[in-house]
Design a protein around this ligand. Structure first.
Ligand SMILES: C[S@@+](CC[C@H](N)C(=O)[O-])C[C@H]1O[C@@H](n2cnc3c(N)ncnc32)[C@H](O)[C@@H]1O
Length: 204
């Protein structure tokens, strides 16, 4: 099992309580879905316990909601039980079990900054999205300013929520652009850590 999975397995039981400290921007993300999430085949990566999954399913024709952590996927599966258009799966963002150009949209919230290798995840997302398919990647900006950077470093000493990348909004959009995407909307949403809300289209 990957390090990513074992860390998050330990957190799954208390994740819903912990995320409340950070999730003040989540209603604004939900409000953006009507503009930015096309219907059709949608993949959710790093879904955790499903903070956004039912919102995504209201717009998707078919949603595959995934996470690398089996414990997170167990909680997610309970949370979405009964929704006819949602399938849950254990999946690493680095190795998505789907053919090329399969999905109309990929949603990946609060996750690129906790991954060891976000560029590898972005390359896989690019592979599985159809040309002009949508990527929505709301990502906490632990490098938004010097105070947030210092807070993030301090928290990493005492909390299991470690940001492996301390993005600014410009740094995040540069990484997504470099992976072969065209940014369609980028916004800094306020919070304890600001959320870099990025919507993009697969170029080419
Ligand atoms: C902070 S939680 C975010 C959960 C949810 N998206 C949210 O916004 O509340 C980060 C999630 O990323 C998952 N994760 C970390 N590395 C991953 C990877 N390489 N592939 C897939 N999921 C990963 C973790 O298991 C965890 O559930």
């Amino acid at each position: 099992m990957s390090d990513d999975a074992s860390t998050w397995n330990r957190l799954a039981g208390r994740y819903d309580r912990i995320v409340r400290l950070f999730d003040t921007s989540y209603p604004r993300v939900r409000a953006r879905l009507a503009d930015d999430l096309p219907p059709g085949r949608v993949l959710e990566l790093a879904a955790g316990t499903g903070q956004f999954t039912l919102d995504l399913a209201r717009r998707a024709d078919a949603l595959i909601a995934t996470d690398v952590s089996p414990e997170m996927v167990a909680a997610l599966t309970d949370a979405v039980a009964g929704a006819a258009n949602i399938e849950t799966r254990i999946t690493s963002a680095y190795a998505i079990d789907a053919p090329a150009a399969h999905f109309d949209a990929v949603f990946c919230a609060n996750a690129l900054h906790v991954m060891d290798d976000p560029d590898r995840a972005l390359a896989e997302i690019h592979r599985v999205l159809r040309p002009a398919g949508a990527l929505l990647a709301p990502t906490f900006l632990h490098g938004a300013d010097p105070a947030r950077r210092a807070l993030s470093r301090a928290l990493s000493l005492i909390s299991p929520f470690v940001a492996r990348s301390r993005f600014t909004l410009a740094g995040l959009t540069d990484r997504i652009t470099a992976a072969g995407f065209t940014i369609t909307h980028a916004e800094r949403m306020p919070g304890l850590f600001p959320l870099g809300y990025v919507a993009a289209r697969r170029a080419g």
